[in-house]
Design a protein around this ligand. Structure first.
Ligand code: IVH
Length: 701
C-alpha cells in the first residue's frame, strides 16, 4: 500500500479528529478510546511539524495559540444582542402567549413554539466566514462585546471549521458554560491551592472566558450550546439591518434552523421541543423543573420562542427584548429547616470556616444536611443563630447556602453566634488579618492543616501520588506514621498493606473499613516515584499561600533550585516574571519559618528532587504599567483577585497589600472595606471592574 501524500492524509486526519471531537464533546458518545484519539492527534501533529506550511488555522491542533492574550479589544455586534423578558408563573406564560397572538393578529388557537433549556452560562457570538471560525465575542453591553476569539478556539465543542456550512459570513449565537463536573473539579483544585472559590458555574465560566491565558482556558473544560443564527449582513442592506428583525432566515422556522446548525457540526442542546400551543410549553417547563437536576450543566429556566420566523418578523422587538420569546424561570430551590448548630471546618491554610449543620431537608432532588455560611461577618450581618429556622437555597443548585433566619420562629432564649477564639482542632488562638474576613489557625502542625496539606501535596497537580486519598491520609496521621510530607518517603510497604482504612460509601455515606492490601504497596511505589518530580510540582505541593500551579512553575523556572528560591530576598523574588509583593511576601514568610526549613532539609535527605528541568523564562519587558502600584480590595463581579493580580503583573504593575501615598490606583469591588476609605482619604484614584478592565485594555495598546 502506498503512503498517501501528506496533504491528503492531513485532511483525512483533521476530518477524523473533528469527527471524534464532535462525538465526544457534543454528542457525549465517543466511538473510539481516548488512546486511539490521542494517536490520531499525535499523527496529525507529527505531519504538521514536518510540513509547517500545511498548517491551517482551523486545524484541530491549533486550538491554543500558546501566548497569553494582551487584553481584549472591544468589538461591535452586527445586530445588538438582546436580552429576554421573564415569566415566573403559569399565568405569566399564558399572558405571553396572549400577547403573541394579539400582536400578530392571529386568530388561531395554538401558536407553534420551540421550548429550549435556558443554559446558565454566558452568551457568545461566533462568526464564521466561509465556514471558518474567525471571531468569538462576548455579549458585553449588548452593543459592544469583547473579542475573546483565542479563548473560544480552545472550546472543543466549538468547531474551528463547519462540516458543511453555508458560504459567506454567518453569525451564530449561544452560550458558553462550565459543566458541573468541571466546576467541582476546578473549585477543588482552587481550594487545595488556597485560592478563592467560584460561587457557581456561571461565574466560573465568565471568569474563565475573560482569562487572558488561552492555555489555562483550554484546561477548564468549558462547553457550549448554540441556538441562534442571527445575521447574514452581506446579503442585506445596512439600513434594513438596523431596523429589521435580528434574524435573516436560512430556513422558514426556528426548529429547522436548529437542525441546520447541528448538521453543520455545531453543538445544539438536544432536549429542545417543538410545542403546539402554550399548554404543551407549560408541560415542558414543569417536566424540566425536576429533570434538569440530572443534567451535567446548570439551567435556570426554559426559553420559549415562536417557531415561525416570518411571524417573528411581524412581532419585532422592544429596545430590550424580542416580543417573540420569553424566559420561564424555574422557581428558586428553597426550603425551611432548623439550624441545629454552627460548626467550623479547618482548611489547609488554617482557615476556620463556619458551616451550618441542618435538620435534613429535601431540596431540588437531594437531601441537605449541611450548608455554607460564608464567614463570621456574614453570620453576624444576617444575625443567623443556632436553633433558628432558616431559609436555605441551592445556589446554582450545587452548593446549598443559608439565606436568612425566619425571625418570627426564633426561640426566645436564642443568642447571637460568636466565632470561637481558638482553632476547633488544635486549640491555638485564631488570627485574622486586617481586611480579611477569614479567621486562621497559624499553627502549622495543626492536625487538620496537616491532613489537608498532605492531600494537597499528593494531589494531581502537585506531587501526583495516586491512591493517597482522604481516608488513607487520615489513618497515616491517626496512627502517627506521618507528621509531615517528608515522612511519606519513609513509609514501609508491608506496614501499609496491613493498615485498615475506612473510606465512605457515597451511597449510604457509611464508612467501609478494609485492609489496604496491595493498594498499600502501590501507594508506596507512587510515593517513591514522586521523588523524581520536577521542582515546580514540589513548590506547588508545599502549599505556600498564594502560590498556585502557575506561580510555582514561574518560581521554579526563575530560581532553578529550592535553596535559591528560599534564600531569595523579597526584592529578588519580585524579579521573577509575574511575581508581585503578595507572592513574594508569602514565599519569604514560608522560608523564614524554621520548621519549614527543617522540612525542606528532611525532604532533600529523603531524596526528593529540588531542581528543575524546565527551560529558563524568556526576558520580559518592563511592561506598560511598570512603576504603577495597585491595591485590590473587595470582590470584583467577574474576576478573582488572583486573575486581576496576574493581569496587572503581566503588564509590569505591582500589586500591593495596603494603600499609601505611593498607591496609584485602588481597584474596588463589592464589600470593599477600610482600603477604600483610605484611598478616598488620600485622594487615590478608585476603579470599579469596568474602569479597571478598560485601563488594562488601554495598557495593552
Ligand atoms: S435566546 C434575543 N435561548 O439567556 C435573545 N437565550 O436572559 C436571544 N440563554 O442573553 C436569546 N439559554 O445568553 C436564548 N436557549 C436559549 C438560551 C438563552 C441561555 C441566555 C442568553 C440571553 C439570556 C437572557
Amino acid at each position: 500500500m502506498s503512503t498517501p501524500p501528506p496533504a491528503l492524509r492531513l485532511k483525512e486526519l483533521r476530518d477524523l479528529v473533528r469527527h471524534h471531537e464532535e462525538r465526544y464533546y457534543i454528542h457525549n458518545a465517543p466511538e473510539i478510546s481516548d488512546e486511539e484519539f490521542d494517536r490520531l492527534l499525535h499523527e496529525l501533529e507529527a505531519i504538521e511539524a514536518e510540513y509547517p506550511d500545511l498548517v491551517t488555522a482551523d486545524s484541530p491542533t491549533q486550538r491554543v495559540a500558546g501566548r497569553p492574550i494582551q487584553g481584549f479589544p472591544t468589538v461591535e455586534h452586527l445586530v445588538p444582542m438582546l436580552s429576554l423578558d421573564n415569566a415566573y408563573t403559569d399565568a405569566e406564560l399564558r399572558a405571553f402567549d396572549e400577547r403573541v397572538r394579539k400582536a400578530a393578529g392571529l386568530d388561531v388557537a395554538a401558536v407553534s413554539y420551540v421550548a429550549e433549556l435556558k443554559i446558565d452560562g454566558l452568551s457568545i457570538a461566533l462568526t464564521y466566514d466561509d465556514s471558518r471560525l474567525v471571531r468569538g465575542a462576548t455579549r458585553g453591553d449588548g452593543v459592544r462585546g469583547e473579542d475573546v476569539t483565542a479563548n473560544v478556539r480552545t472550546i472543543r465543542a466549538i468547531p474551528l471549521a463547519l462540516r458543511c456550512g453555508p458560504p459567506g459570513r454567518i453569525e451564530v449565537r449561544g452560550e458558553v458554560y462550565l459543566p458541573r463536573a468541571s466546576f467541582a473539579r476546578m473549585n477543588r483544585d482552587r481550594e487545595t491551592a488556597g485560592e478563592t472559590l467560584f460561587q457557581n458555574p456561571r461565574n466560573a465560566a465568565a471568569g474563565t472566558m475573560r482569562n487572558l491565558d488561552p492555555a489555562l482556558v483550554s484546561k477548564r473544560g468549558l462547553g457550549s450550546y448554540l441556538y441562534q443564527l442571527v445575521a447574514r449582513p452581506r446579503s442585506r442592506p445596512a439600513a434594513e439591518r438596523s431596523v429589521g428583525p435580528a434574524e435573516d432566515p436560512f430556513a422558514p422556522t426556528h426548529s429547522e434552523t436548529l437542525r441546520a446548525l447541528a448538521s453543520w457540526g455545531l453543538p445544539v442542546e438536544p432536549h429542545w421541543k417543538r410545542c403546539e400551543g402554550i399548554s404543551q410549553v407549560a408541560e415542558f417547563c414543569q417536566e424540566w423543573a425536576e429533570k434538569r437536576l440530572a443534567l451535567d450543566f446548570d439551567t435556570d429556566g426554559v426559553v420559549i420562542k415562536v417557531d415561525d420566523l416570518a411571524l417573528r418578523t411581524r412581532l419585532g422587538a422592544t429596545a430590550k427584548f424580542p416580543r417573540w420569546a420569553t424566559a420561564f424561570k424555574f422557581p428558586a430551590q428553597q426550603a425551611h429547616t432548623r439550624l441545629r448548630r454552627i460548626d467550623v471546618n479547618v482548611g489547609r491554610t488554617g482557615a476556620n470556616t463556619p458551616f451550618a449543620v441542618l435538620e435534613p431537608v429535601f431540596v431540588a432532588g437531594s437531601t441537605i444536611s449541611m450548608a455554607t455560611l460564608h464567614n463570621a461577618d456574614d453570620i453576624a450581618r444576617k444575625d443567623i443563630r443556632e436553633g433558628d429556622t432558616v431559609v436555605i437555597e441551592k445556589a446554582g443548585d450545587v452548593i446549598p447556602k443559608v439565606v436568612a433566619p425566619v425571625l418570627n420562629l426564633r426561640p426566645p432564649d436564642s443568642q447571637p453566634w460568636k466565632m470561637p477564639d481558638t482553632c476547633k482542632v488544635c486549640g491555638s488562638r485564631l488570627h485574622r488579618d486586617e481586611e480579611e474576613v477569614v479567621w486562621r489557625c497559624e499553627n502549622s502542625s495543626c492536625p487538620a492543616r496537616l491532613r489537608r496539606s498532605l492531600e494537597h501535596f499528593a494531589s494531581r497537580s502537585a506531587m501526583n501520588i495516586e491512591g493517597l486519598g482522604e481516608s488513607l491520609v487520615d489513618q497515616l496521621i491517626e496512627q502517627g506514621l506521618v507528621h509531615d510530607f517528608a515522612d511519606l518517603y519513609h513509609l514501609d510497604a508491608s506496614r501499609l498493606e496491613d493498615l485498615v482504612v475506612a473510606p465512605r460509601d457515597p451511597k449510604s455515606d457509611r464508612a467501609l473499613p478494609r485492609k489496604l492490601g496491595k493498594v498499600g504497596r502501590n501507594v508506596v511505589e507512587q510515593i517513591a516515584r514522586s521523588r523524581n518530580n520536577d521542582l515546580s510540582r514540589l513548590i506547588y505541593g508545599l502549599g505556600i499561600r498564594h502560590v498556585g500551579e502557575k506561580a510555582a512553575a514561574t518560581l521554579a523556572r526563575h530560581f532553578r533550585t529550592l535553596d535559591r528560591l528560599m534564600d531569595a530576598s523579597f526584592e529578588q523574588l519580585q524579579t521573577a516574571p509575574e511575581v508581585g509583593p503578595v507572592v513574594a511576601e508569602s514565599v519569604r514568610a514560608f522560608s523564614d519559618e524554621p520548621r519549614n526549613r527543617a522540612l525542606v532539609d528532611k525532604l532533600k535527605a529523603a531524596g526528593v528532587t529540588t531542581t528543575t528541568s524546565l527551560p529558563e523564562p524568556a526576558a520580559v519587558d518592563a511592561g506598560p504599567l511598570a512603576g504603577k502600584t495597585f491595591v485590590l480590595t473587595g470582590t470584583l463581579p467577574s474576576m478573582t483577585r488572583e486573575e486581576a493580580t496576574s493581569s496587572l503583573e503581566q503588564l509590569g504593575a505591582k500589586v500591593a497589600g495596603s494603600v499609601s501615598r505611593k498607591t496609584h490606583y485602588v481597584v474596588a469591588g463589592s464589600d470593599a472595606g477600610s482600603k477604600l476609605d483610605k484611598a478616598r482619604q488620600l485622594g487615590v484614584d478608585v476603579l470599579d471592574e469596568e474602569a479597571f478592565r478598560s485601563l488594562i485594555m488601554k495598557a495593552h495598546g
